[in-house]
Design a protein around this ligand. Structure first.
Ligand SMILES: *Cc1c(COP(=O)(O)O)cnc(C)c1O
Length: 423
């Protein structure tokens, strides 16, 4: 493979000469991304333009503080990048305030807790086994250790958020803040309803939009921004930017958010990533990205349907987003084994608990699939149908090495038609 096969910038030959061990991993990871099917719902392929910012000298610059109010000299150039990024975020989402500095989605959430709560306060959030994130109150996470988290879930009959339960819990517990948003919830959230519950009990409305913000950016689903006091998210999922976090809020909370991010929980921002966020936000404002966001949803719907035709069950009857949760109990195989068999067959996805899962979290009865990465590759409905049957074959036969080998050959043939970072 030649250097022109890579996206590592002009100095990749220098890296290869100086540190062949690490250079080799960069190349083999690029090959893995090119030849396997990437169905992890939180992953995507960011653009070469975004990758260019991440490999830039902006990484060298300390810029503690905010544009025009830094603790170090020499920030006049990086200030420009952050100002452009903030303006792009506010305009794309119609937000009154934007903070681009959080290093990740979890970091953004630390800042949200810090801006609005004190340790020991009550916070209502989605239960983890029903799709909530670690930062929504897991016992092994700061959120579960430092806050009184009360969890709400989905109804057993329709597997949708139970807003009556949410309201009852809010009235009973008087939470300081209510969090909606999840890592494994295939349906839309009724933000207007959540707002009215927050108003009724005087709670801060926090939307953790990490998974679906890209669909909002592409105007493919309704936005939480007009309703929420604060919206936190990652920039590397459907949004397709660099790995990182971001926070949008009403103007009245701007100072609290900025103080919570710095000096509240971080030191210097990663300015190369802030530049990458600005580039991604510009990409998201284009008609091409808006088409992408719509295609992501329709592709995921075709994929979920294809898995249903293979005899599996889509949780909550299907999907309205970029991800589907699939109950695979009809196959007689559990989530852990399915995940392993798909892996051996060149299909990267994850096992996932389904609501009211009878199996343990380490085993599970389900898988989670997402369409963000394959749609970036240019795949459409016919390919989603094919992916459904490849997954079904992998779950059934992927335990046998020769059959897993045959499936991964078919995966390779499919991905070869939709090259990632083409040569
Ligand atoms: C992915 C995700 C996060 C965490 O993002 P990281 O960048 O991995 O820290 C937080 N909340 C939700 C709902 C997520 O899906």
């Amino acid at each position: 493979m030649s250097t022109s096969d890579t996206f590592f910038g002009p100095d990749f030959p220098a890296l290869q000469a100086q540190d062949p061990d690490i250079a080799a991993v960069l190349l083999s990871e690029l090959e893995r991304q090119r030849h396997n099917l990437q169905l992890i719902a939180s992953e995507n392929f960011t653009s070469p333009a975004v990758l260019a910012t991440l490999g830039s000298t902006l990484s060298n610059k300390y810029a503690e503080g905010y544009p025009g109010k830094r603790y170090y000299g020499g920030c006049e150039e990086v200030d420009k990048v952050e100002v452009i990024g903030i303006e792009r975020a506010k305009s794309l989402f119609g937000a009154e305030h934007a903070n681009l500095q959080p290093h990740s989605g979890a970091s953004a959430n630390v800042a949200v807790y810090q801006a609005f709560t004190k340790p020991g306060d009550t916070v209502l959030a989605m239960s983890l086994p029903h799709g909530g994130h670690l930062t929504h109150g897991s016992k092994v996470n700061f959120s579960g250790k430092w806050f009184n988290i009360v969890s709400y879930g989905v109804r057993q009959d329709n597997e949708l958020i139970d807003y009556d339960e949410l309201r009852d819990l809010a009235l009973k517990n008087a939470p300081r803040m209510i969090c909606t948003g999840a890592t494994a919830y295939p349906s839309l959230i009724d933000f207007e309803k959540v707002r009215s519950i927050c108003d009724e009990v005087g709670a801060i409305m926090w939307v953790d939009a990490a998974h679906f913000i890209g669909l909002v950016a592409g105007k493919a689903i309704p936005s939480p921004v007009p309703y929420a006091d604060v919206v936190s998210f990652t920039t590397h999922k459907v949004l397709r930017g660099p790995r990182g976090g971001m926070i949008l809020s009403k103007a009245e909370h701007a100072a609290a958010i900025d103080k919570a991010v710095f000096p509240g929980m971080q030191g210097g921002p990663i300015m190369s990533a802030v530049a990458g966020k600005a580039v991604a936000l510009k990409e998201c404002a284009t008609p091409a990205y808006q088409k992408y966001a719509k295609d992501v949803i329709s592709n995921c719907q075709v994929l979920a349907k294809s898995l249903e035709e293979e005899g599996m069950r889509a949780v909550s009857g299907g999907t309205q987003t970029h991800l589907a949760l699939i109950d695979i109990r009809s196959t007689g195989i559990n989530g852990k084994v399915a995940d392993e068999r798909c892996g051996l067959s060149g299909i990267t996805l994850n096992k996932n608990a389904i609501p009211y899962d009878p199996e343990s979290p380490a085993v599970t009865s389900g898988i989670r699939v997402g369409s963000a990465a394959t749609t970036t590759q240019g795949m459409g409905a016919p390919e989603m149908k094919e992916i459904g049957s490849l997954i079904a074959r992998a779950i059934k036969d992927g335990g046998e090495p020769s059959k897993a080998q045959a499936i991964s050959q078919d995966v390779r043939a499919l991905t070869a038609k939709f090259p990632v970072y083409p040569r």
